[in-house]
Ligand binder design. Sequence first.
Ligand code: SAM
Ligand code: FES
Length: 348
Amino acid sequence: MAAVRELIDKLNTDKTLSKEEWLTVFGGWTDEDRAYAAELARKISQSVFGKKIYIRGIVEFSNVCKNDCLYCGIRCSNKNAQRYRLTDEEILLCCDEGYDYGFRTFVLQSGEDYKAYPPERMADIVRRIKKAHPDCAVTLSLGELERDALLLLKEAGADRYLLRHETANKEHYGKLHPESMSFEHRMNCLKTLKELGYQTGAGIMVGSPYQTNECLADDMLFLADFKPHMIGIGPFLPHKDTPFRDEPAGSYELTLFLLSLCRIMLPRVLLPATTALGTIRPDGREQGVLSGANVIMPNLSPTAVRKKYMLYDGKICTEDSTDACKSCVQARMKRIGYEVEISRGDYK
Ligand code: SAM
Ligand code: FES
């Protein structure tokens, strides 16, 4: 048996590999290895979740951001981005609409827009959503915040927090972000989230500029150690108004392979087949599920603003209504023999 497949088996048994072993995996995998990992990951996912897919409705409530991440279409120095902010009422209406369509988790995501949405305002929004829909989970994805703000939001009822670490390699982090941003601060924020009792999500972009196999090995070692409850993994896709406009997109196949490896390593992790995966390939999300993913996050944002939350070129689902997205996802899952589940879908 090839070395990579032996290591996939070892990962399945030990739930971790050494850095050298990860380097062997990333340096030498073939399509057959990927298919082997996908089959194993799919079996694990089905044994934990059955053939059920959790859906989360994502409300992209502001594209204003104080940060200038080099890869991101809503970075502050992109003067071509048309900025918008939703009112509290508009955010609540998105959730009400989502509830009627069967969503039981709402993900509130934005740029780092703390001037307009300070923690007190966000806490109030969380409280209002939880009051209107006590059977729902609220996930926040607001960027880096200090412990007191995260505590306030937790006490207001927020259940989960998504904060991709982006890369576990400090040198790589420095090539993706301006000097004003700190690798340590992001990593500490993730630790704080876990300490405060959030179901916590980390994650990376696959094929971000300057990413090497060593970076990927560092990511897998970090994930094995940190054991997040959720992992967001999608391909890097260039945006025309960023310094990375001419960089190639991340590999579709490597993204699927990484999803499988994450599922094998952390069998119960909540693992979305991301919008970026559906953007790089029309059936990307289906293939993500068949590679071990168990979550899909359709868009609940008002159609009028969707095109403005353009993190990368070509983002899908920017023309569709919530109803259309929900039905589309349902049909896509049905076609591959899976079913969308109406529940909070907590980490267990
Ligand atoms: N501001 C929050 C934060 O920093 O976590 C949430 C919003 S941020 C835009 C959400 C995620 O989008 C980032 O963590 C990043 O991984 C992803 N993203 C940004 N630009 C991207 C690109 N060009 N291609 C793929 N994913 C991208
Ligand atoms: Fe939005 Fe398919 S999920 S149109």
